[in-house]
Design a binder for this molecule. Structure first.
Ligand SMILES: CC(C)(COP(=O)(O)OP(=O)(O)OC[C@H]1O[C@@H](n2cnc3c(N)ncnc32)[C@H](O)[C@@H]1OP(=O)(O)O)[C@@H](O)C(=O)NCCC(=O)NCCS
Length: 191
C-alpha cells in the first residue's frame, strides 16, 4: 500500500520518517507512554530507529498504517491502525501524544481523520475499528468515546505492556455504520 498523508485544520499526519527519530525517542521516555502502550521499556534510540523501518514495511505490506502527528513541524504524537489483514475489513486504533501536546484536542482531531480514512471506500474501506486500553486509562477511554466508540467490555489480564506488565483491558468498537455521537460508557462517570 502506498503511504498516505492526511491533513486536518491544525495538523499533518505523515508516515514516520528519519527526521522524527529524536522526537520519538524523547517522547517514549514518558512514563505514561511506557505504562499504557507497548513501546519497549526501557526505550533506547535504536528502538526509534527500528520503528521507522518497521512502519515503512507495515505500509508496504498493508498490515498497519502509522502516522506521525505533526503540528507546525513539531512531533505531537503517533496514531495508527493496526492488525489489518487482507480482506478482514477491520483494524485496531492505537495512539500516544507527547506530554506537551496533551489535553489540547489535537488527538481527537487526528483520530477523526484516521477513522474517516479507515472507513472510506477510497481509503482502507474498513467495516470495524477496535480499541483496547489498560483498564483505568481514562484519558484514552474519553478520547475513544468522544469520537464515537462504543464500550464493549473488559478482558481479564489481556494486555501486556513493553515492560512485561500484565493488565485487565477495556474494549470498544466503532462500525462504519455507527453515528459518531458519544455514547455512555459504564466505566466513565459522566455523559
Ligand atoms: C491518552 C492520551 C492519548 C490522550 O491524549 P490527549 O491529547 O489528552 O487527547 P485530547 O486532548 O484529544 O482529549 C481527548 C479526551 O480525553 C480527555 N482526557 C485526556 N487526558 C485525560 C486524563 N488524563 N484524564 C481524564 N480525561 C482525559 C480529554 O478531556 C478529552 O475528553 P472530552 O473530549 O470528553 O473532553 C494521552 O494522554 C497519552 O498519550 N497518554 C499516554 C499514552 C496512552 O495512554 N495511549 C493510549 C493507549 S490505549
Amino acid at each position: 500500500m502506498e503511504p498516505v498523508t492526511l491533513h486536518t485544520a491544525r495538523l499533518e499526519l505523515s508516515p514516520p520518517a528519519e527526521a522524527d527519530i529524536d522526537a520519538i525517542y524523547d517522547a517514549c521516555q514518558d512514563p505514561l507512554i511506557q505504562r499504557y502502550t507497548t513501546v519497549p521499556s526501557p526505550y533506547a534510540r535504536e528502538h526509534a530507529e527500528g520503528f521507522i523501518a518497521k512502519t515503512r514495511d507495515w505500509w508496504e505490506s498493508g498490515s498497519e498504517a502509522t502516522w506521525a502527528i505533526q503540528h507546525e513541524g513539531e512531533l505531537a504524537g503517533m496514531v495508527g491502525l493496526h492488525r489489518m489483514s487482507a480482506g478482514a475489513g477491520s483494524a485496531e486504533i492505537g495512539y500516544w501524544m507527547t506530554p506537551a501536546f496533551r489535553r489540547g484536542g489535537y488527538l481527537t482531531e487526528a483520530c477523526r481523520a484516521v477513522v474517516d480514512f479507515g472507513f472510506s471506500p477510497d481509503g482502507l474501506d474498513l467495516v470495524r475499528i477496535s480499541w483496547r486500553a489498560v483498564a483505568g486509562n481514562e484519558g484514552s477511554a474519553r478520547l475513544a468515546r468522544r469520537i464515537g466508540f462504543r464500550f464493549e467490555g473488559a478482558q481479564r489480564q489481556a494486555l501486556v505492556n513493553g515492560a512485561g506488565v500484565r493488565d485487565d483491558g477495556w474494549m470498544a468498537g466503532l462500525l462504519r455504520t455507527d453515528d459518531r455521537e458519544p455514547q455512555p460508557w459504564p466505566v466513565l462517570a459522566d455523559l
